[in-house]
Design a protein around this ligand. Structure first.
Ligand code: ADP
Length: 629
């Protein structure tokens, strides 16, 4: 039988895996047992509608050690694989995310990254010099897959009557540093099953040698073999909360949901009533590597009476909680429910509502009692919440508004809208915000200098979704949001307003001339009451989009690019203002140059590119050359 080569990428990975510095070799057993358990689930599921799949023995996993042959085998009477499946499933490593996997593996030490990338089966090569898989599906012939690692694999027909899969690992010889023989020790294997696979709901069995007094004799002993079930089989989520410690929760999470870090938060509860179910939910402590790609599958696992029904049941969670991993176990769902029915199922809708409420409860609780932890969570998944406010035309805004946090001028951390509102000044009717590319940049925005000076708190929006979400909210508890970069300042006193209007009138000629010089680039040039140390700034005029929105739209690949109606505001207290006043009658050409430079400078401060860098540079050079005339 000709040997087939692994796909190139797979080969490299295999090589890395085998020779890597990866020290946590023992997880190979967990991976193989978990595959076996999935195969048993699949068979069970098929048997619900097709009696050909009904197993003759109860579904189980059987482990066997042969010390002389140095083999450890893992056998299941699950779904099995046919030739094509063997080829496809075991001939390709890392169906997805392989590059990422490679990078992780190269820097990995103790982190557990094997399960995460769909390469579980191959982890067995860390301890085996050769692997043989014998497998048979209902109604199909049996096949054997043999591989010694990098140099490929072969598939051949074999004699096997039993449905299911047997994986035989030929354990490597010990080296000076690594004791591979421990995986041939039944005691060690039992420990590993307890450690990683205790909750597997099928019995994992092995013959264990036991020494006992010989029958009819008092001082003679004999060694007998006894079939022992190594795992307790009670799914973790069905156990009593008080019998579960953090370690159990965490290791279950890592194995089941392919993360190498402990979760940030565990939400485990049981509800009886209108909807009855048990839930074990996790909030990850980091963003899954593929969270923002289409590979990421949101949703919870669905179980019915402890039996697996479906993976990634999306309808159990609103989109904005798609980072939540976990499972729901309910008695109210039929086992062979399809995804389509799931969507319409009344009971499921009620479940979703209840789960959503519980997650919110847990988040609010964390916000109040574990602020630091909440901020960690928010750094990772805050955007999902903001996006949730924006989505569905704001249908969820009330649900989410109190979970939102933003940076603000108040401190270096995050503030909630509630906290902002509580700190608002007596005369303050609006929630001020300012947008920019970073907090540092916003802090230096000319438009907020006076606001801050007068003691108003300003929210700092560094992400487009910030502004999108509050625009969808419109207000928070009756307080409107107000951009500091928008025309029409609402914080000026009557006195300031009057003074501004007078100046506007007295300088109307000059302002009109400036507007003309800018030739349609701005809708108006006005006296400002918001500036302090800066000579000019740009603000967005009423009735148009914001400047941040303009920037965002300009990045989109297609479509008409709407622009903000920009107003150039000028600071009457600034020395430059006096200069402009002086020259505007005298030298129209220089005046127009100054105006343009000021405008371009305001663009830059606002984070826009200048219209024509060469032209701007020439104008500046020209003025510098004249400076000593
Ligand atoms: P993953 O389990 O993450 O998909 P693996 O490399 O561990 O990746 O396994 C690859 C595939 O091989 C599995 O998805 C499954 O389809 C198949 N497979 C592995 N072990 C078994 C088994 N014991 N019985 C049936 N199919 C199996």
């Amino acid at each position: 039988m000709a040997k087939k080569q692994f796909k190139t990428e797979s080969k490299k990975l295999l090589d890395l895996m085998i020779n890597s510095i990866y020290t946590n070799r023992e997880i190979f057993l967990r991976e193989l047992v978990s595959n076996a358990s999935d195969a048993l689930d699949k068979r069970h599921y098929m048997s619900l509608t097709d009696s050909a799949y009904t197993p003759s023995d109860p579904l189980h996993i059987f482990l066997e050690i042969d010390k002389d042959a140095r083999t450890l085998s893992i056998e299941d009477n699950g779904i099995g694989m046919n030739r094509e499946e063997l080829e496809h499933n075991l001939g390709t490593i890392a169906h997805s995310g392989s590059t990422e996997f490679k990078q992780q593996l190269e820097k990995a030490d103790e982190v557990d990254i094997i399960g995460q990338f769909g390469v579980g089966f191959y982890s067995a090569f860390m301890v085996s010099r050769k692997i043989v898989v014998e497998t048979k599906k209902v109604g199909e012939d049996a096949f054997r897959w043999i591989s010694e690692g990098q140099d490929g694999y072969q598939i051949e027909p074999c004699d096997r009557e039993r449905i299911g899969t047997k994986i035989t690992l030929y354990i490597r010889e010990d080296t000076k540093d690594i004791n591979y023989s421990e995986y041939l020790d039944s005691y060690k294997v039992e420990l590993l099953i307890k450690k990683y696979s205790d909750y597997i709901r099928y019995p994992i069995q092995m013959f264990i040698e036991k020494t006992q007094p010989k029958e009819g004799s008092e001082d003679e002993y004999e060694t007998v073999k006894e079939l022992k079930t190594l795992n307790s089989m009670v799914p973790l989520w069905r156990r009593n909360k008080k019998d579960i410690d953090e370690k159990d929760y965490n290791s279950f999470y890592k194995t089941k949901f392919f993360d190498w870090e402990d979760p940030l938060k565990v939400i485990h509860y049981s509800l009886e009533g209108n909807v009855s179910y048990k839930a074990l939910l996790y909030i990850p402590s980091r963003i899954p590597y593929n969270f923002y790609s289409k590979d990421y599958e949101a949703g919870l696992q669905l179980y019915s009476k402890g039996v697996f029904v479906m993976d990634h049941a999306k309808d159990l969670l609103p989109d904005y909680y798609s980072f939540v991993r976990g499972l729901i176990d309910t008695d109210d769902v039929s086992l062979n429910i399809s995804r389509e029915i799931l969507q319409q199922d009344q009971q499921l809708q009620a479940l979703r509502k209840s789960v959503t409420k519980k997650i919110k409860g847990a988040l609010v609780d964390m916000l109040v009692k574990e602020r630091e932890k909440y901020e960690d969570f928010y750094k990772n998944f805050g955007n999902s919440l903001k996006y949730g406010v924006y989505q569905d035309y704001g249908a969820n805004k009330d649900e989410l508004k109190d979970l939102l946090m933003f940076h603000s001028s108040y401190n270096d951390g995050y503030v909630t809208l509630k906290e902002y509102k509580e700190r608002m000044k007596e005369d303050q009717n609006e929630i001020f915000y300012c947008t920019g590319s970073s907090i540092e940049q916003i802090k230096r925005q000319p438009q907020i200098e006076k606001l801050l000076d007068k003691g108003y708190e300003v929210l700092y929006f560094t992400n487009e979704i910030d502004e999108f979400s509050i625009m969808m909210m419109r207000d928070y508890d009756g307080k409107q949001f107000k951009s500091a970069q928008q025309a029409d300042s609402s914080i000026e006193t009557d006195e300031e307003k009057q003074k501004k209007e007078e100046l506007q009138k007295d300088n109307s000629d000059m302002l009109a001339q400036m507007k003309e010089a800018l030739d349609g680039k701005v809708t108006d040039v006005r006296i400002s009451s918001r500036l302090k140390s800066n000579p000019v700034c740009l603000v967005a005029d009423q009735g148009g989009i914001s400047m941040e929105m303009e920037k965002y739209l300009s990045q989109l690949p297609e479509g008409e690019k709407a622009k903000a109606n920009k107003v150039l505001e000028i600071n009457p207290e600034h020395a430059i203002f006096k200069v402009l006043q002086k020259i505007h009658d005298k030298d129209a050409e220089d005046f127009s140059k100054y105006t343009d430079i000021l405008y371009q400078q305001a663009l830059l401060i606002e984070g826009f590119p200048v219209d024509d860098p060469v032209d701007l540079a020439n104008k500046i050079c020209d003025l510098i050359s004249k400076a000593n005339d």
